[in-house]
Design a binder for this molecule. Sequence first.
Ligand code: FBP
Length: 280
Amino acid sequence: MWYFAGTSTHMIPGADDAITRDGKALILAYDHGLEHGPVDFEPVPATTDPSTVFDVGTHDAVTAVAVQKGVAEAYYPSYEDDVTLLAKLNGTSNLWMGEPDSAVNWSVDYAADIGADAIGFTFYGGSNHEVEMAEEFRQAQEQAREHGMGVVMWSYPRGQGLKDDTSPDTIAYASRLGLELGADIAKVKYPGSADAMDWAVQSAGDMKVVMSGGSKTSDEAFLSTVREAMDAGASGLAVGRNVFQRENPEAILDGLEAVIFEDASVEEALAASAGLEASD
Ligand code: FBP
């Protein structure tokens, strides 16, 4: 029995409402302790403490905070009134040296018990483990539908056979995989140009596509890339390091809020927050 009677089982209208504002998302990703290790917290050591990043996640611009199970269990109870939880279901450490794969670390039922409104799931299309990962995604996606939870696919094609994991065709294929497999939102790496992002958005049909943040860049460079992605039809951003590795994460969130939700130019966004800096 589907939670939303009378709708298709695919891309349920409104399933992502809890993690979007005006149809747009700004997901603060904080699963890096698992994916990359504590090295990602070195630029701002206070971010080693999940409370620091949950505090950042209370900024109005943030539509959801994405974390792994252990962090959600221990810290989300203190933030459930102020933060929307996106349960990042699978994840693998940087210590794993095999073909890209990702362990499913918690069930959708358990995530729902903790209070999650959506699930996040990494899918490595092109990996030798693609078939198993697709089957795991199927199970998670269908359980999320039963709970009325949104489904965000971290769609990262990679593996032995893939030469360029951010080429325009690869990223268009990544966003299309989200549509084909039943995500509400696909999070993809920026393919390097507005035209390529436009192709990725077109390839996803009505499903939303958000840009992945990547390693930290300057205020102006980052806001410019987000502006390009939005102009190309993206529905927002799922970002980690470009927010929490800044000394003043609130300032960049002010700027991102202006670009994503208020359609501001980069210049307007830089002016919107005293803490932001234009490049030399
Ligand atoms: P960033 O914005 O810091 O790039 O985070 C996005 C993200 O998808 C995280 O959720 C995840 O931990 C990380 O990137 C994985 O990056 P990769 O697999 O490319 O090392």
